[in-house]
Design a protein around this ligand. Structure first.
Ligand code: MLT
Length: 258
């Protein structure tokens, strides 16, 4: 792990490879270890950088009741500035995709391509917004093990191995409760960014696990149509396609970047 200070925060990040930068943005409530296979598999063609977002993984804890997708996007640009990196191939999973869309809206000149993995461009509906508030209350009262219990069943496909489940559980249970609450509020407040996709002038690719129930294939298709980019459906994977089927995700990224 390396560390860097940017935007007033200390961020840890993993890095492998040389050349043009691919920036891997993790989901909620996860960390940069979810991209280990992509760093391994794609470092022959990219300098792969996977940060722990503010409050997640090893990065400094959140000290605010809400951290928005815009906050994370601006953190990433500050990190890239500090690393003297200009444009990136951004790959975002789920919340990382929400951050990627905020990044695309606010800093389009810093993108070379955008890969949206197991995510959606629409905002939360009324039920999902209420669910965020309920989840924040539950995790504050009962702890992150309760959240891990609630989320594991929907994060991975039924066929996922015990090892994949253990890895996801470990990430959730290692995320500070304050970070979880601040991120739930930040996701609740995010707007619909479908229109950002239509206006982007860089290649956009969409990747989704066939059995993703959190960001289903219909949401992925909506983004691919809006962006005019390719849609890759990963067989036998759920919401955590990069961990569940790393080879298929690496193939889709290689062809997007070719
Ligand atoms: C994620 O994987 O980042 C979350 O499931 C996203 C969300 O809760 O909307």
């Amino acid at each position: 792990m390396s560390a860097i200070t940017a935007n007033g925060h200390t961020f840890f990040y993993r890095e492998q490879g040389t050349g043009d930068v691919a920036l891997f943005v993790h989901g909620f409530p996860l960390d940069s270890t979810m991209w280990l296979e992509q760093l391994r598999d794609l470092s022959d063609i990219r300098r792969c950088i996977a940060p722990d977002l503010r409050g997640f993984g090893w990065s400094a804890p959140s000290v605010r009741p809400v951290v928005t997708m815009e906050d994370h996007a601006d953190d990433l640009v500050a990190m890239l500035d500090a690393l003297a990196v200009d444009r990136v191939d951004l790959v975002g999973l789920s919340m990382g995709g929400y951050v990627g869309l905020a990044f695309a809206e606010r800093h389009p000149d810093r993108l070379r391509s955008l890969a949206l993995v197991d995510t959606k461009s629409v905002e939360d509906g009324a039920d999902a917004k209420a669910g965020r508030i309920a989840a924040a209350e539950r995790v504050a009262a009962e702890g992150r093990e309760a959240l891990a219990h609630d989320m594991l069943g929907v994060l991975v496909a039924d066929s996922a191995s015990a090892w994949v489940r253990a890895r996801v559980r470990t990430m959730i249970e290692a995320t500070p409760v304050e970070t979880i609450v601040a991120a739930l509020e930040g996701m609740r407040l995010r707007p619909d960014r479908t229109s950002v996709l239509a206006g982007l002038e860089v290649p956009v690719g969409v990747i989704v696990g066939e059995h993703d129930v959190l960001s289903p294939v219909a949401d992925a298709d909506h983004m691919a149509v809006s962006a005019g980019g390719p849609l890759t459906v990963v067989p036998d994977a759920g919401h955590m396609a990069p961990i569940e089927s790393p080879a298929a995700v690496a193939d889709a990224l290689r062809s997007l970047w070719a």
